[in-house]
Design a binder for this molecule. Structure first.
Ligand code: IYR
Length: 246
């Protein structure tokens, strides 16, 4: 590229930052070849069967060891989650990785305060009855025992340089897919996790100092199961029950 070209970037295109394409909303469509090598059917079958088996071993964990986890494994899992597809490729997510014990303690205190009110009746009898088989209650030791918390925020809109609010599309779906990918990445990397949804979650924005366009979606404690960890004796629906082929 000549100096002249460099000093005059094509208007509207993504800008280069540190040599990488930065996601700029409103950039024009630009395509690049996508030609992944096709996997032989036998290899596909083997991968699919192995993945199915490994994913079936994933369990939601509520009793964590306080042992540290390699932070880079968690960062890599977050990077995997951030490859999720999103409405209009707006990538409307922020992942806050909390390892600081004092911030985890403040999150636990605030979450337990809200959960106490929820379990004391705010959820309603039908909801409480649905939760009873899982044995959950307002005490949330995982928020301080797990060495890392990933607090996932949805960006409900984005702010233009002039402060104008611009809508994001399919935010729930996009962030939900990203969290699914996060859980898969953590599990396949050997870490246990839980999707915790304290309600209401506004306190997370305050404790973590997040901007107004972000809304907390879930808290994902990450770590190793405690040595005496137990999980509910769940039975998953069979493939027949969840798959309809026409
Ligand atoms: N947010 C509460 C209640 C809760 C709700 C559902 I739906 C669950 O599957 C589990 C718990 C809590 O975290 O305890």
């Amino acid at each position: 590229m000549s100096d002249t070209e460099q000093s005059k970037p094509e208007t509207g295109h993504a800008e280069r930052h540190d040599g990488r394409w930065a996601p700029i909303h409103g950039q024009p469509y630009r395509s690049v070849p996508y030609r992944p090598a096709r996997m032989a059917a036998a290899e596909s079958l083997a991968h699919a069967a192995e993945l199915r088996e490994r994913m079936d071993q994933r369990r939601t964990v509520r009793q964590f060891s306080t042992d540290p986890v390699p932070p880079q494994v968690v960062r890599d899992a977050i990077a995997c989650a951030a490859t999720a597809p999103s409405g209009a490729h707006q990538q409307p997510w922020t992942f806050v990785l909390v390892q600081d014990p004092d911030i985890r303690r403040r999150i636990r205190e605030a979450a337990e305060h809200e959960e106490q009110i929820s379990y004391d009746g705010r959820l309603g009898e039908e909801w409480l009855a649905a939760l009873r088989p899982l044995g959950t209650d307002e005490v949330k030791p995982h928020l301080t025992d797990a060495p890392a918390l990933i607090v996932v925020f949805q960006q409900r809109y984005w702010l233009g340089d002039d402060g104008t609010k611009h809508k994001h599309y399919y935010v729930d779906e996009s962030v939900g897919i990203a969290v699914g990918m996060l859980l898969s990445a953590l599990h396949l990397s050997g870490l246990a996790a839980l999707v915790h949804t304290p309600s209401p979650m506004r306190f997370l924005s305050e404790v973590l100092g997040r901007p107004e366009n972000e809304k907390a979606f879930a808290v994902v404690p990450v770590g190793y199961p405690a040595p005496d960890c137990e999980v509910p004796d769940l039975v998953r629906k069979s493939l027949d029950q969840v798959l309809v082929e026409v």
